[in-house]
Design a protein around this ligand. Structure first.
Ligand SMILES: [Zn+2]
Length: 328
């Protein structure tokens, strides 16, 4: 099969990569479209020590599934956390995203989706509703990660949530999705960023852009009920704590690889909650796309054929680029 491979610190396009073998619990999915994520860019810098086919944001069609043949022919999105399905974390605690034995598609010990084929356990498959296009469905993984925040904070069940002020720090791809999603639960969502053209994309959804190069951030100190840190900078967490009201919540949504000296005293003095947040519910993200309450399509900036995967990665890595898609 064709594939974009990261092996021995080299990114390359392979015309004749060996296709992955489906195990008894696996489905073989033919990939239709895939998205380049910041995590992919981190992986080629050495994050997680990954070797293999990259890619974890994708939509495809099930081509084979030995144990659940009814999936064959179904258009699907696939949860990237491939849990074992038999350990206590999976069965008793029902937290497969935290299965200690899990592999992660295109990230941890599992081949990814920048290829003609990918395998994944059948219980990771989610059918894509007919009114959700492939281009929308390719955003389900990051959109699910955005929906993890309201799920963790139980915002839908909180009668006060509507009145919350939310600040999303960072106007990258994930920040733009998170701002849209948070606006579904809270009436005031401010998006802090440096790129007015990017932030303008979410204004139609009722998100208020704040250009931090022009507006003093200090004027927002201690005003937010929730601050979502997705800028990916070491200074971001410190600023997020300052933006939070006493007893507010700081949500950490970016894995900042670099360490930073950090004054944690605001956590104690203001009794802040610090919430780590990673992968989220695929079903909720697909429902939102079907209901058209969110729209990721304005984020698409470039489309490349799989053969140009190396170039696609380079374009995605250039500053300020939004979503780059690979079309198979
Ligand atoms: Zn498990």
């Amino acid at each position: 099969m064709r594939a974009v491979l990261f092996q021995d610190k080299q990114l390359s396009y392979q015309a004749e990569q060996e296709a992955p073998k489906a195990g008894p619990k696996d489905a073989l999915v033919k990939v239709s479209k895939a998205g380049v994520c910041n995590t992919d860019l981190e992986l080629v810098k050495g994050y997680m020590g990954f070797n293999g086919v990259l890619g974890h944001e994708f939509v495809g069609v099930v081509e084979a599934c030995e144990s659940q043949p009814q999936w064959v022919g179904q258009r699907v999105c696939v949860d990237i956390n491939a849990a074992c399905g038999v350990c206590d974390t999976c069965v008793v605690e029902k937290q497969p995203h935290h299965c200690p034995h899990r592999t992660v598609l295109g990230i941890v010990n599992h081949g990814g989706a920048f290829a003609d084929y990918i395998v994944a356990p059948y219980y990771n498959l989610y059918p894509v509703p007919a009114n959700v296009s492939d281009e929308e469905a390719v955003f389900v993984e990051p959109l699910a990660a955005a929906f993890e925040i309201p799920e963790q904070m139980k915002l839908a069940e909180n009668p006060k949530a509507k009145g919350y002020r939310v600040i999303v720090q960072g106007d990258g791809k994930l920040g733009l999705l998170i701002a849209q999603v948070m606006r579904l639960y809270c009436d005031e969502v401010l998006l802090f960023g440096k790129h007015s053209s990017k932030m303008a994309l979410v204004e139609p959804f009722g998100v208020t852009p704040v250009l931090i190069t022009k507006t003093p951030v200090e004027s927002f100190f201690k005003t937010a009920d929730i601050v979502v840190e997705v800028s990916g900078t070491a200074a971001g967490l410190s600023q997020a704590m300052n933006l939070c009201k006493p007893r507010g919540t700081v949500v950490l949504k970016s894995t900042v690889a670099e360490g930073a000296a950090l004054d944690l005293s605001p956590l104690v003095i203001d009794e802040l909650t610090l919430l780590g947040s990673r992968c989220g519910p695929f079903d909720v993200a697909l429902q939102a796309l079907a209901a058209k309450t969110v729209n990721p399509l304005p984020l698409i900036q470039h489309r490349f054929p799989l053969e140009a995967g190396v170039e696609a990665m380079a374009v995605a890595a250039s500053r300020g680029t939004l979503k780059v898609l690979l079309e198979l």
